[in-house]
Design a binder for this molecule. Structure first.
Ligand code: AKB
Length: 355
């Protein structure tokens, strides 16, 4: 019956098996060409850092392992899953030839530039902060201009200063930060806008709040206390908080941060009135509020204060909470996590990790 049916199909449509095989092969190679042209080839610079390690994994899930190059510097090479699941290449932002070679070799069309020092470290090494954050970005933008790449470079709530409106900080407002971190973040926003306007380089960025994650710990930020507190709670240790009670800062759970970066890069450019430095927000709290939230799940948890003057000075110069309506309007930004749902997820995952 089957053979009779197959025979009649082949006779009616006058096709033979070799003809069919040839057509299928042609279709496969067209699909292959399509994937090569339209699939993203991404370079993540700083892939082993706090954001990079998780962003690389997320991008690989989305666009395929082979299409995402984990860029690293000597001494911070990828290990484990990051190393095993896809290509990696040394990509030092202070070396433009090296970046250009990686971009050409892997046919890169999008660069996530995550190379930067966090606020507290930057304050201790201002020259290095500028060299990586600003000179490094300049090198990347030049490579992007020559090779037609889109570039994502995170900015931060640190790009605002004491003269910025503190509550519901508008998208477009005063940016006169007093830290080298802030000065370099404002410069990266402006330089990225400049490359877009002058050369048409597709630059985009968000102003990240303090990012909270159980995967890779941050190093040297003002908002790090909001990650460290969870580690102390799960280890059953007393937490010594370096930030004063009542100090409000915007924070965000890492999955929302990753989603923000990827969806901004995928957004329809015709809808974007802004480009670099979108305010994004999901929660704002002070040390007491996060402590009380954790205490609901860990009733014996204790916190004391020993305020660090450098961190406190930086925190006092940053806004309490940002207005993210431009991001909501221009690329449909919506966070998924609030303080409570983040706390449940952080505690669950850290308990598993630290067991
Ligand atoms: C820092 O604290 O330096 C960063 C940031 C908010 O930009 N987490």
């Amino acid at each position: 019956m089957f053979f009779a049916l197959r025979a009649s199909i082949f006779t009616i449509f006058k096709i033979s098996i070799p003809y069919l095989v040839k057509k299928i092969c042609l279709l496969c190679s067209l699909v292959n060409i399509y994937l090569k042209i339209f699939m993203k080839n991404v370079l993540v610079i700083g892939s082993t850092g706090q954001i990079g390690s998780e962003l690389t994994r997320e991008l690989r899930k989305r666009y395929g392992n082979d299409n995402i190059v984990a860029g690293f510097i000597k001494g911070a090479e990828p290990t484990g899953e990051l190393k095993e699941t896809g290509p990696a290449a040394e990509a030092d932002v202070t070396n433009p030839e090296m970046i250009a070679n990686v971009v050409k070799k892997h046919n890169v069309d999008t660069i996530y530039n995550l190379a930067a020092l966090l606020s507290v470290v930057a304050e201790n090494k201002p020259r290095l902060a500028w060299k990586i954050g600003v000179d490094g970005l300049w090198n990347i933008l030049e490579v992007a201009r020559e090779n037609g790449c889109a570039v994502f470079t995170p900015s931060s709530i640190g790009s605002f200063g004491p003269s910025t409106p503190r509550v519901l900080t508008p998208q477009d407002t005063v940016q006169r930060p007093g830290t080298i971190y802030g000065v370099s973040k404002v410069t990266t926003e402006l330089l990225s806008d400049y490359y877009f306007k002058k050369y048409g380089v597709d630059t985009r960025s968000v102003r990240f709040p303090g990012l909270i994650s159980y995967v890779t710990p941050p190093g040297g930020g003002t908002t790090d206390y909001a990650v460290d507190i969870y580690y102390a709670a799960v280890r059953g240790e007393e937490f010594v908080c370096p930030i004063k009670k009542g100090t409000l800062m915007d924070m965000m759970y890492m999955p929302d941060g990753l989603h923000a970066a990827i969806s901004l890069m995928e957004a329809d450019p015709s809808r974007l009135k802004h480009r670099n430095g979108f305010n994004i927000a999901s929660m704002s709290f002070d040390p007491e509020k996060i402590y009380q939230t954790i205490k609901r799940y860990k009733p014996d948890f204790k916190m004391v204060y020993d305020v660090d003057p450098l961190k406190q000075g930086i925190a006092d110069s940053w806004p309490d909470c940002l207005d993210d309506s431009a991001a909501r309007e221009e690329w449909d930004w919506r966070p998924q996590f609030d303080l409570d749902s983040m706390t449940v997820d952080m505690l669950k995952n850290l308990e598993r990790k630290l067991k």
